[in-house]
Design a protein around this ligand. Structure first.
Ligand code: 4AD
Ligand code: MG
Length: 478
C-alpha cells in the first residue's frame, strides 16, 4: 500500500536494495562531485538525502528539481558518506510530479516569520516547524482517544448545530438557510424563524457538555471531542473562533474525582507525546532556545522537554478560589498596585492574576476550586454555604486556564432556581432538566481546550499556530 515512508526508510539497514521515494524537495545542492537532494514526505521531521552524479541527468530536468517540487526517486539505499545521516539513496531515476517555480514559491530555505507563514497557511505544513506541530497535534489527539478508551469511557458525538445557548459561554454563530435579503417576518415585524430550516433559531455549538450529561446519565462515562465555536471578538494569543474541545462527563464522580481525573488525563497525554514525538519536540525545543538567545539569561524559559517532564512528574497545586484571593491580596504586585485589575473576593480572576499564581507563586500547574456562584455557570453544584459552587479551573504556566469544569447540580429544585436566576427560559432546556427528575445522579465533568494543550506541549506562543487553519476575527481564508 503505497511507497515506504521516509520515516521507515531511514530505519532500514542499507544493503544497496532498490527503493522508491516520493516527497517534496527541501533543498538541492550541487557540487563538483555530486548533486544532493533533501527530500521530505512529512512522515518525519528528518529528510532523506538522495545523491546523483554530475552529468547523470539533463540540465533541463535538473532545472525543474527546485525547492518545493514534488518528486519520485528510485535508487539504491546505501550507507551515507556524509555526516548527519546514516543512510542515503543513490539515485537511478527521477520523475518530477510537479516543479515549483523558484521565483514564485514562497517557502525558500530560509527563516520565515510566523506571521508570514499564517498568510500562506496552505503551504506552511511543509515547514519543519508546522510539520512538527501537526504531527504532535495528531499524537495528542490519538492519546486522548486512547486514554478514554483504555478507561471505559465512550466517545459520544454531540451535535454541532444546536438550538440552545444554555451554556452562556459566549457569542454564538447563527446557522440559517433564510434568504438574508428577503427575511420572512411575523405580524409583529420580527424575523420569522418558523420558516427557517429547523423551524427555530439555530447556532453552532459552544460546548457539547449539556448533551454529554445526557449520555453520562446512561453510559456512566462518556467524552466528546469535537469542534466548538465562539464568536467572541477576542483577538488574543489564547482564543480561536473555532477550536476543539474534549469534554468528559462522568456519573458518580464528585468534584475531587473530577480533579484527579483531569490531572491524570493531562499528565498521561503529555507523557504520551514525550514518548512518541521525540524528534519533533527536540526540534521545537532547539527552535525556542535559538529564539531566546537574544534575551538576557534570567528571562529565558526552561527548555521545553524539561518543562513538560516537570508537569508530568509533579503534583498540581490545589486550592480554593477564596485561598487564591488571600494569596493575591498579600502579593507584591497587588501591594505595589502593579495589577491592572483590582483584587477582591467575588472578582472573575483575570489572566494577570492567574499567571501570578501559577508562574510566580506556585511555579507549577494549579487547580482552583469553589468559585463564587455569581461568576460561574448555572449548572454547577452549589456548595453547602450557598455562596460558592463546586467548580474547578486548571491553570497552566504560560497559558492560563486550560481546563474548566465542575460537579453538576443534580437537585432538580436547586437547578431550576439557578436557571431562573440567570434568566434562562426553562422551556428551552426541558430535556436537560428532566435528567434531574428521572434517576438523577451525582456527576461531574470538564472541558479541555485542545489547542491550549497543543500550545503548551509545542511551546508555541500563538494559538493560531497550533491549528492547521485558524479561524479568528476577519480571518477564514483557507
Ligand atoms: O471554560 P469553558 O468555557 O467551559 C465549558 O465550555 C464547559 N462546558 C466545559 C465542561 O465543563 N464540559 O471552556 C473550556 C476550555 C477552556 O478552559 C479553554 O481551555 C478552552 O475550552 N477555550 C478556548 N480555547 C480556544 N479558544 C477559545 N475561544 C476558547 N474558549 C474556551
Ligand atoms: Mg472557563
Amino acid at each position: 500500500m503505497g511507497p515506504l515512508q521516509i520515516k521507515d526508510l531511514l530505519q532500514e539497514t542499507p544493503e544497496s536494495q532498490s527503493v522508491t521515494l516520493k516527497g517534496w524537495v527541501r533543498t538541492k545542492r550541487e557540487s563538483k562531485n555530486a548533486i544532493f537532494i533533501a527530500l521530505n514526505d512529512g512522515s518525519t521531521i528528518n529528510n532523506i538525502q538522495a545523491v546523483a552524479q554530475p552529468g547523470q541527468f539533463s540540465p533541463e530536468l535538473l532545472l525543474t528539481v527546485t525547492t518545493g517540487s514534488c518528486l519520485k526517486i528510485t535508487g539504491k539505499l546505501v550507507e551515507s558518506q556524509g555526516a548527519g545521516q546514516t543512510v542515503e539513496v543513490q539515485i537511478e531515476d527521477i520523475h518530477v510530479y510537479g516543479t515549483a517555480d523558484a521565483e514564485l514559491y514562497p517557502l525558500q530555505p530560509k527563516k520565515h516569520s510566523l506571521e508570514f507563514l499564517r498568510e500562506i497557511a496552505h503551504l506552511r505544513p511543509r515547514t519543519n516547524t508546522f510539520g512538527a506541530i501537526l504531527r504532535i497535534r495528531h499524537t495528542l489527539a490519538f492519546a486522548v482517544h486512547k486514554y478514554f478508551n483504555d478507561r471505559g469511557f465512550f466517545y459520544l458525538h454531540t451535535p454541532i448545530i444546536t438550538a440552545s445557548d444554555a451554556e452562556g459561554a459566549g457569542e454564538m454563530f447563527r446557522v440559517t438557510t433564510l434568504d438574508l435579503d428577503k427575511l420572512p417576518r411575523t405580524d409583529e415585524g420580527a424575523i420569522n424563524f418558523k420558516e427557517d430550516f429547523f423551524g427555530r433559531e439555530a447556532n453552532l455549538t459552544v460546548s457539547g457538555q449539556l448533551e454529554g450529561e445526557l449520555g453520562a446519565m446512561a453510559l456512566s462515562k462518556i467524552y466528546t471531542f469535537g469542534p466548538t465555536f465562539r464568536a467572541e471578538n477576542s483577538n488574543t494569543t489564547r482564543h480561536l473562533a473555532e477550536f476543539w474541545m474534549i469534554e468528559p462527563e462522568m456519573a458518580f464522580f464528585e468534584l475531587e474525582d473530577n480533579m484527579a481525573l483531569a490531572e491524570d488525563f493531562v499528565k498521561t497525554i503529555i507523557g504520551y507525546a514525550l514518548e512518541n514525538c521525540k524528534d519533533d519536540l527536540n526540534f521545537l525545543q532547539n527552535r525556542l532556545t535559538e529564539e531566546e538567545k537574544s534575551k538576557p539569561q534570567n528571562e529565558r524559559s526552561i527548555p521545553l522537554l524539561e518543562k513538560l517532564s516537570f508537569v508530568v512528574d509533579n503534583a498540581f497545586e490545589k486550592l480554593t478560589y477564596t485561598e487564591a484571593i488571600e494569596i493575591l491580596l498579600q502579593s507584591k504586585p497587588h501591594k505595589e498596585k502593579k495589577f491592572q485589575y483590582p483584587v477582591g473576593w467575588g472578582i472573575d480572576l483575570s489572566s494577570e492574576h492567574e499567571r501570578y499564581l501559577v508562574e510566580k507563586h506556585f511555579k507549577k500547574p494549579v487547580i482552583l476550586t469553589n468559585y463564587p456562584r455569581e461568576i460561574k455557570s448555572f449548572y454547577m453544584k452549589l456548595d453547602d454555604d450557598g455562596k460558592t459552587v463546586r467548580a474547578m479551573d486548571v491553570l497552566f504556566p504560560g497559558i492560563g486556564e486550560i481546563i474548566g469544569g465542575s460537579q453538576r447540580e443534580d437537585n432538580y429544585e436547586k437547578l431550576l432556581e439557578r436557571v431562573h436566576e440567570v434568566g434562562i427560559d426553562p422551556e428551552t432546556i426541558w430535556w436537560y432538566l428532566e435528567t434531574r427528575k428521572f434517576g438523577t445522579a451525582p456527576h461531574s465533568g470538564f472541558g479541555l481546550g485542545f489547542e491550549r494543550l497543543v500550545l503548551f506541549v509545542t511551546g508555541m506562543s500563538n494559538i493560531r499556530d497550533v491549528i492547521p487553519f485558524p479561524r479568528y476575527p476577519k480571518s477564514a481564508e483557507f
